[in-house]
Write a protein that binds this ligand. Structure first.
Ligand SMILES: N[C@@H](CCC[C@H](N)C(=O)O)C(=O)O
Length: 269
């Protein structure tokens, strides 16, 4: 048997999307990693499986390229919003979020950010607004959970940071028992940030939607920017607003690259 998939992306952060709402598709961590492998599989940053939901319009399962199943993916949320159209409530491990398509692309209500040390999670109690920790020149980060865990370093020039070397060390530091997504950001103006992300379970990506949300919220908590900001990533720009009700609204593009099928026996479940 062959399984249909769609290759999609949000600002170059790319996904294999499998629609398993009508026909169940078994997905193990090993199968996800094999499909995500860019040398021997189809290749992607995240593999997305859409399933029926009992509490929302659709259930979105998210697997990183290393095969690990995770709680949230901002760019894939917009891609799924585009795929399904209109207004959608999307169940994820990190909570139920809401997408709507419009003239500006796809907007997603990503829910409420969390700041408690054990909600990030961190291994022990500390202030998450300005954490008294550092790795070489990266120090005093802030941490935000937007469904998934993020640590954010504000630096004069995020392009000058050797994130390919420091990212994996910070991602796997025992301070972060669930590992962590590592963000380095620079303030351009009161409504403008630049951002690069080392993603947990993937590495450097062209863009990270939850990274943009977490970084914007961290910058807003530190009063570095106002309640709405643009966030420029290597793959393009997102707009992030922290709304009066406390929820995060992310707006930006998503697109389909191509559709295809894979032979099930090539990727055993
Ligand atoms: N690319 C995503 C984030 C995917 C999950 C992340 N790597 C994690 O492990 O939490 C995004 O656009 O948010």
């Amino acid at each position: 048997m062959r399984t249909p998939f769609r290759k999609m992306h949000g600002l170059g952060n790319d996904f294999i999307v499998i629609d398993a709402r009508a026909r169940a598709v078994a997905m193990s961590n090993a199968r996800a990693a094999a499909l995500a492998d860019r040398r021997t599989g189809i290749g992607c940053d995240q593999l997305i499986v859409l399933e029926p939901s009992e509490i929302a319009d659709v259930r979105m399962r998210i697997f990183n390229a290393d095969g690990g199943e995770v709680e949230a993916c901002g760019n894939a949320s917009r891609a799924v919003g585009l795929l399904l159209g209109g207004e959608q409530r999307i169940e994820t491990l990190g909570g139920t979020i809401a997408s709507s398509t419009g003239a500006d692309g796809v907007s997603v209500d990503m829910g409420m950010p969390r700041f408690d040390w054990d909600a990030i999670p961190l291994a022990y109690a500390m202030d998450t607004l300005t954490m008294p920790v550092g790795w070489e020149d990266l120090s005093d980060p802030t941490a935000v959970n937007v469904g998934n865990p993020h640590v954010i370093f504000f630096v004069p020039d995020c392009d000058a940071v050797d994130l390919a070397r420091l990212g994996p060390a910070i991602e796997t530091d025992p301070l972060f028992p669930a590992r962590v997504n590592v963000n380095v950001a620079s303030v351009v103006g009161s409504d403008h940030l630049r951002l690069r992300v080392w993603e947990r379970g993937v590495g450097l990506t062209r863009a990270c939607g939850t990274g943009a949300c977490a970084t914007a919220i961290g910058a807003m908590r530190r009063k570095l920017v106002g309640r709405t900001t643009r966030v420029d990533l290597p793959g393009g720009t997102l707009t992030i607003a922290w709304r009066e009700d406390g929820s995060i609204l992310m707006t930006g593009p998503a697109a389909t690259s191509f559709e295809g099928t894979f032979e099930d026996s090539d990727f055993p479940a």
